[in-house]
Design a protein around this ligand. Structure first.
Ligand code: DAL
Ligand code: ZN
Length: 348
């Protein structure tokens, strides 16, 4: 009898405990918490797929009316959710917030123009103020033009604000009217066999690639030959001064580099023509056509293409080829950009 009473009391007590703790247990249920905050079933389901940590974070925040837009965006990254939600720019679309946060393009002010620059393929965030300054001066320039121009440092002026080039970039080192080589001499120059044209020197890796290219082309009946390979600082001094004496500085600067700024001094560039053509007629030769199609397969690019002189600083030169390796050369050919643009975005 006594046992029975104790059991009944125990059952009643247990029942009371469960009954009293029911609201508490309910409250621990994340879905219930989220519901209380104001999230719809659809939103609750989306949230339940996120990590426990994120769920906990959302359970302690007021209702976020654009949350579902963020979570369902194809570029949504859960680790940035806090930034998407807390970094609020009035009237900005969630897709733009995601794009900016994912790329870390964080600034104080945004307008549609800034956003459209940021969406350009080769946009570099450090250059934003220069893009905007250039646009103010050149109202008709397209976004693409602005990016190409500034990434090529043309706003800094040719031969003004120059800086030493980064030699550690190896075969991707750049030499142009902004980046100087000083009196640099490449370490691994090798002597060119006279079968390949004018004798002289090239950096070994570039020479090996060039030989392969010439061998393949010439085996198919073409006749590529080297016209001018490596040139030292002092050779370029003489060459440039002669051109200035002949044509004056302004014209000489359109086709000849000043000493310290010539790509020939890297040992990675060569002027190439064919047996039957000189510089001026090379453009119309079959050899030129072959190079147009195949140079990138050997790691070479046409360095000063037609219509890009405002970026490269030099008039079109059908004969000047630069070795940068197959990957970079293929990219540049496929995307029709200059080495200046490639360097700013991928190398620097
Ligand atoms: N002709 C090219 C630009 C040079 O002088 O290096
Ligand atoms: Zn050249």
């Amino acid at each position: 009898m006594k046992k029975k009473i104790i059991t009944i009391i125990a059952v009643i007590v247990l029942g009371m405990v469960i009954f009293l703790s029911f609201p508490y247990l309910l409250d621990q249920d994340p879905k219930n918490k989220l519901k209380k905050i104001g999230y719809t079933t659809e939103e609750q389901n989306a949230i339940s797929k996120l990590s426990k940590e994120t769920q906990n974070y959302l359970e302690h925040k007021p209702y976020q009316d654009n949350l579902l837009e963020f979570i369902t965006n194809k570029d949504f990254k859960e680790e940035y959710l806090e930034k998407y939600l807390e970094w609020v720019i009035p009237n900005m679309k969630s897709e733009d917030i995601i794009y900016i946060v994912n790329n870390n393009y964080i600034h104080d002010n945004y307008d549609n123009n800034t956003l459209s620059l940021m969406r350009q393929e080769y946009y570099i965030d450090n250059n934003l103020n220069r893009y905007l300054a250039y646009q103010t001066e050149n109202q008709t320039a397209t976004g693409e033009d602005v990016i190409a121009y500034i990434n090529s440092n043309v706003d800094l002026g040719f031969y003004e604000n120059t800086e030493s080039t980064d030699l550690s970039k190896g075969i991707l080192m750049i030499a142009n009217k902004h980046y100087t080589l000083g009196e640099y001499v490449p370490e691994n120059l090798v002597s060119i066999d006279s079968n390949y044209g004018k004798t002289g020197y090239l950096v070994k890796e570039a020479y090996e690639a060039l030989k392969k290219m010439f061998d393949d082309a010439n085996a198919q009946g073409f006749s590529l030959k080297i016209n001018s390979p490596y040139r030292s600082y002092t050779t370029q001094v003489t060459l440039y001064n002669n051109y200035v004496a002949k044509d004056g500085i302004t014209i000489a600067d359109t086709y000849s580099a000043r000493a310290g700024f010539s790509e020939h001094q890297t040992g990675l560039a060569a002027d190439i023509t064919s047996k039957n053509t000189n510089f001026d007629s090379f453009d119309t030769s079959n050899e030129f056509k072959w190079l147009q199609e195949h140079a990138h397969e050997y790691g070479f690019i046409l360095r000063y293409p037609k219509g890009k002189d405002h970026l490269t600083g030099y008039m079109y030169e059908s004969w000047h080829y630069r070795y940068i390796g197959i990957e970079a050369a293929t990219y540049i050919k496929d995307h029709n950009i200059t080495f200046e643009e490639y360097y700013a975005y991928f190398v620097k």
